[in-house]
Ligand binder design. Structure first.
Ligand SMILES: *Cc1c(COP(=O)(O)O)cnc(C)c1O
Length: 367
């Protein structure tokens, strides 16, 4: 008997999440000084975090001997005010990854299935499999979600449909009207988990009011995060908005103190710093334009992105990635997303984007 044999087969079948390479790891491997390395691999905010969040985190650090507020009252109050929902409609998570897992754990089991798209965020199959449920992957359409095909893939066993909008790693977007129609057509005993991790980066004309849909569709679960535009990826805090009955079930599988006191305080302050989010949004629009202009100059094809990253065609992506790493540039290989010939680059500072584009030109040219 092996120890591995003790775990259920569906746990043994999981392939672990592959994170972006940390700067410290590349520094060790290549003998490059950490400060010379540019990491554009994890869709982090190149502007860092809001100074208000930093201040709030520093204050919270003074009181680490206490457990956090397990109900996250103050952060919930701030979210309730911002989104005009009750406290009972909010689930706080250790990153939005945590609330995605809670949805899966609360609603999926061995006999159930979850539907998600090809090339969609890796956490959906992971959370589905960890719950012992079957994953139904629906082929993408032009790298994006084929909502029509996803509707058709729903069976009597389906309990959750995961939709990432914009999607990571492809950056594709389903328009608000299409999503609203989708919600009208999904059976009401199927939860739609709409992951809006990049919501704050959407161009203003493409914004849609998914929060307002909650009143019409009790089977809708929205997930948002403080990791991206709010710049708090290292603290781990995100949340879901859902019908109170759904939120209640998710809260039952939540760890009692899943969000740290520092994260609660920083997130609340970050939520109040609209100026920082607006600056991040603007900075991202310029950075996307800079990357896209660079790709077009080089004749590199890319998937138009609505997030803070761009996925581009790299041909022999493993080789191009290795040649970028040699130059101290970390991007994200996405072969595990079914895109072995693409790489994903996060929008960085103007100088970082520039250095990436120069390094890419070298990586693509000559042998
Ligand atoms: C980054 C990301 C998340 C958020 O992750 P956190 O756990 O909140 O840091 C969720 N969904 C998608 C699609 C993402 O890209």
């Amino acid at each position: 008997m092996t120890l591995a044999g003790l775990a259920p087969d569906y746990i043994r079948a999981i392939s672990p999440y592959q994170p972006g390479k940390p700067i410290s790891e590349l520094a060790r491997e290549m003998g490059i000084a950490a400060h010379e390395i540019i990491k554009l691999a994890s869709n982090e905010n190149p502007l860092g975090m809001s100074p208000k969040a930093r201040q709030a985190a520093a204050v919270a650090l003074e009181d680490l001997s206490r457990y956090p507020d397990g109900n996250g009252f103050e952060l919930k109050a701030a979210l309730a005010q911002r989104y005009r929902v009750g406290h009972d409609a909010i689930v706080l998570g250790n990153g939005s990854n945590d609330v995605l897992e809670m949805a899966a754990r609360a609603f999926l089991s061995r006999d159930c299935a979850a539907v998600y798209s090809q090339h969609a965020f890796a956490v959906y199959p992971l959370a589905t499999r960890a719950a012992g449920a079957a994953g139904i992957e629906v082929p993408a359409r032009e790298y994006g979600h084929d909502l029509e095909a996803m509707l058709s893939a729903i069976t009597a066993h389906t309990r959750i449909v995961f939709v990432a909008n914009p999607n990571n790693p492809t950056g594709t977007l389903a328009r608000g009207e299409q999503l609203a129609l989708f919600m009208e057509r999904v059976r009401e005993d199927v939860l739609v988990v709409l992951d809006e991790a990049y919501n704050e980066y959407l161009p203003l004309p493409l914004r849609y009011n998914s929060v307002a849909w909650l009143a019409r569709f009790p089977n809708l679960v929205l997930t948002r995060t403080f990791s991206k535009a709010y710049g708090l990826a290292g603290l781990r805090v995100g949340f879901a908005l859902a019908h109170p009955e759904v939120a209640d079930l998710m809260n039952r599988v939540r760890q009692p103190f899943n969000v740290s006191s520092v994260a609660l305080a920083a997130a609340q302050a970050a939520l109040g710093d609209d100026a920082f989010v607006a600056t991040s949004h603007e900075h991202n629009r310029r950075g996307l334009a800079q990357l896209v202009a660079g790709f077009e100059r080089m004749g590199v094809s890319y998937i138009p992105s609505y997030g803070n990253f761009v996925t581009f065609h790299a041909g022999d992506a493993a080789r191009v990635n290795a040649r970028l790493l040699e130059q101290g540039i970390i991007v994200r290989p996405i072969a595990n997303y079914g895109l072995p010939r693409h790489l994903r680059v996060t929008v960085g500072l103007e100088t970082e984007n520039q250095r990436f584009l120069e390094a890419l030109a070298k990586a693509l040219g000559g042998h």
